[in-house]
Design a protein around this ligand. Structure first.
Ligand code: ADP
Ligand code: ASP
Ligand code: MG
Length: 411
């Protein structure tokens, strides 16, 4: 008897009809002779709505109460799904993250899973029940409810699949798999049959929302294959796995974009040793994640240093930089919220040249200005104006002929 972990995202269980449909799919899986553990997200945009309600009460809710609030979204889903399964005559039991044995550290809103005690899940499975666990949440050793960061139900599913030694881990979402670009903005994006953990981790980290990056790290560490597929049909989706044999010549696997960033620049910075260490040391101490950094060449003994951070960190960064600016005797501090990052990812880049110039010319042909560039072995990213994002993603996708039916001669 195989053990299957299935995760259903927010859109898949938005509303009673979809919940009933998911319940039928789960029962079919069980009737094929499998043990089934289900992980669910909050319905639709519940998490956003709960966040908004909290903000209407106070601009600075405590992290503990925020997690207490957000965890209710998933709790709604587990109860409703269990009821839907009962109504179809099958046995199911709903468990919060804590009841499911998911113990985390105390970093509210971005907790790390410390251990998973699977006793209760296993006991329920042995009673022949479908076990439904709330995604995105856990409990600390001191019994406080925590959440794992936005999109965290993917992580719950992969972590459970790993500790339960599941035979399959299926992630059901509103698209049929992982595509060469977000199908919402590139209609002719192609579904990828198999993708390596490394490429998926890069795509996810660079903005492809379909899987949360931490879930891919865990999958890679524990060797969990993830099958991403649609909850609306039976199409085969994308398998995220270790080994991927590629057709020769596939250099770029996908294009990603991220609008959740802001560019900050500190200007007229004295050009002497120790300045960068001071700026980025202060940001590090404030737990701010800095992404790209550019330092202009010095003129007249001063230069400019620009960097990007997550939009949510902007106020903190301005506070920190205000102080650092005084200390180091820099003159200006400016920021631009109207930027975005577009990236290409592919392990084939390690062995091919000319990839960067091809990406830059795709942008140039569309008159998109590049403000910052960063590269690694398997990715190239450019910061551009946010208003150009869709146009840029489509142009790059076309340039690398990633579409379903690449047309010959098309640039
Ligand atoms: P869920 O609620 O099921 O977790 P998400 O909204 O988190 O779903 O993720 C699915 C969405 O990810 C899709 O609707 C799609 O628009 C977006 N997406 C972005 N990049 C990609 C990509 N490369 N492949 C597939 N989906 C992508
Ligand atoms: N409901 C949470 C969120 O919206 C977790 C998830 O969907 O995975 O971020
Ligand atoms: Mg998601």
């Amino acid at each position: 008897m195989a053990l299957i972990v299935q995760k259903y995202g927010g859109t898949s269980i938005a509303g009673p009809e979809r919940i009933k449909k998911v319940a039928r799919r789960i029962i079919e899986t069980k009737k094929r002779g499998n043990k089934v553990v289900i992980v669910v997200s909050a319905p639709g945009d519940t998490t956003d709505k709960l966040t908004e309600t909290a903000r209407q009460i106070t601009p600075s809710p405590t992290d503990r109460e925020m997690d207490m609030l957000l965890a209710t979204g998933e709790q709604m889903s587990i109860a409703l799904l269990a009821m839907a399964i009962h109504a179809l005559g099958e046995e199911a039991v709903s468990l919060t993250g804590g009841q499911g044995g998911i113990v985390t550290d105390e970093t509210f809103s971005n907790a790390k899973i410390r251990k998973i005690d699977t006793k209760k899940i296993e006991k329920e499975l042995s009673k022949d029940r479908i076990v439904i666990v709330a995604g995105f949440q856990g409990i600390t050793a001191k019994k406080d409810i925590t959440t794992l960061g936005r999109g965290g139900s993917d992580l719950t599913a992969v972590a459970l699949a790993s500790v339960l030694k599941a035979d399959q881990c299926e992630v059901y979402t509103d698209v049929a798999g992982v595509y060469t670009a977000d199908p919402r903005i590139v209609p002719d994006a192609r579904k990828i049959d198999r993708i390596s953990y490394d490429e998926m981790l890069e795509l996810a980290s660079l903005g492809a929302q379909v899987m949360v990056p931490r879930s891919i790290q865990v999958a890679n560490r524990f060797g969990v294959d993830i099958h991403v597929r649609s909850s609306f049909n039976d199409e085969e989706g994308t398998v995220i796995t270790k080994e991927v044999s590629k057709m020769e010549g596939v250099v770029v696997s996908g294009v990603a974009y991220d609008k959740d960033l802001v560019k900050v620049a500190i200007t007229d910075v004295p050009d002497r040793p120790g300045i960068a260490a001071k700026i980025f040391g202060a940001l590090g101490a404030g737990k701010v994640n800095v992404d790209m950094i550019i330092q202009s060449s010095a003129q007249g003994g001063v230069n400019d240093i620009s960097f990007t951070v997550n939009r949510g960190d902007l106020n903190k960064v301005l506070d920190i930089m205000g102080k650092v600016k005084q200390e180091i005797g820099a003159k200006g501090l400016v920021y631009d919220e109207g930027v975005a990052k577009v990236s290409i990812v592919g392990v084939g880049m390690k062995t091919h040249s000319g990839v960067a110039s091809k990406m830059f010319s795709a942008l140039a042909e569309e008159d998109v200005n590049i403000e910052m560039i960063s590269t690694s072995e398997i990715k190239i990213s450019c910061v551009i104006k946010e208003k150009d994002t869709e146009k840029a993603v489509r142009a790059i996708h076309r340039k690398f002929a990633l579409a379903k039916t690449p047309r010959k001669g098309r640039k």
